[in-house]
Design a protein around this ligand. Structure first.
Ligand code: FES
Length: 241
């Protein structure tokens, strides 16, 4: 849904920019046409031995001058704003974070995560972890649309203060280096100051490709949620916070 919203905003920004440029082009063209007409009228008057008609430029009042200056300023501002908006939203248009991301072939991803390490997708800022947990306490990731086909994408951002959370190959948990928050392999809260489990994204498999919608962050499960009962598999990489 939000992928569509981001795309819509980007499209509106692009249309706005185009419209502003079109208006600016029209104004400049009109002014150029008026000058040509004035030059033509002056040359015709000279050929007929008549005094040249008064130039419009000469008749521009102070009020007209300020009005045109204001319009020009608004056009320039609008063009800059439109350009900046397009530049800002461009990653979403071309499939970066904030868009619907093709994470890869389902079979290849499942093969990669079968080793116990998450599959990392840097452009989308998320991990894909294996997931075959049991719904508990009203938490059912599959029905939420954040897991399926035995995998689940997790947003890399720590829900405490936003650090990137790496995966610890020893404990097989996600361990935040900033303040020591820890999450199990399903991104569920285990230890530290984090207020909930890691956030996640909606996903679906289309034509064998894993499509992850990074336009909407789905808040992680509440503390106490544990659908995989996974104790640490080894020593922690980060001392508990
Ligand atoms: S930012 Fe991760 S524990 Fe504080």
């Amino acid at each position: 849904m939000l992928a569509a919203s981001a795309g819509l905003v980007a499209a509106i920004a692009a249309l706005l920019g185009i419209l502003i440029f079109a208006i600016a082009f029209f104004v400049v063209s009109l002014r150029s046409y008026q000058r040509q007409q004035e030059a033509l009228a002056a040359s015709q008057a000279r050929a007929a031995g008549l005094p040249p008609p008064a130039s419009r430029a000469a008749a521009v009042s102070r009020r007209d001058f300020f009005r045109r200056s204001l319009i020009s300023s608004l056009l320039v501002f609008g063009a800059q704003f439109g350009g900046a908006s397009i530049a800002f939203l461009w990653p979403s248009l071309k499939g970066g974070f904030g868009a619907l991301i093709d994470a890869g072939d389902l079979g290849e991803i499942k093969s990669a995560v079968s080793s116990g390490e998450p599959f990392y997708v840097g452009t989308g800022r998320f991990y894909i972890v294996p997931y075959n947990g049991t719904p508990k306490g009203g938490v059912d990731y599959a029905s939420e649309g954040v897991s399926g086909e035995g995998i689940m994408p997790l947003y890399q951002r720590c829900v405490h203060l936003g650090c990137r959370v790496p995966f610890c190959g020893q404990s097989k948990w996600f361990e935040c280096p900033c303040h020591g928050s820890k999450y199990n392999q399903a991104g569920e809260y285990q230890l530290g100051p984090a207020p909930r489990g890691m956030d996640r994204f909606h996903m679906e498999v289309v034509g064998g490709r894993v499509m992850v919608d990074t336009s909407e962050v789905v808040l992680g499960p509440a503390r106490g949620t544990d659908t995989i009962d996974q104790p640490p598999q080894g020593a922690f990489c980060v001392a508990p916070g």
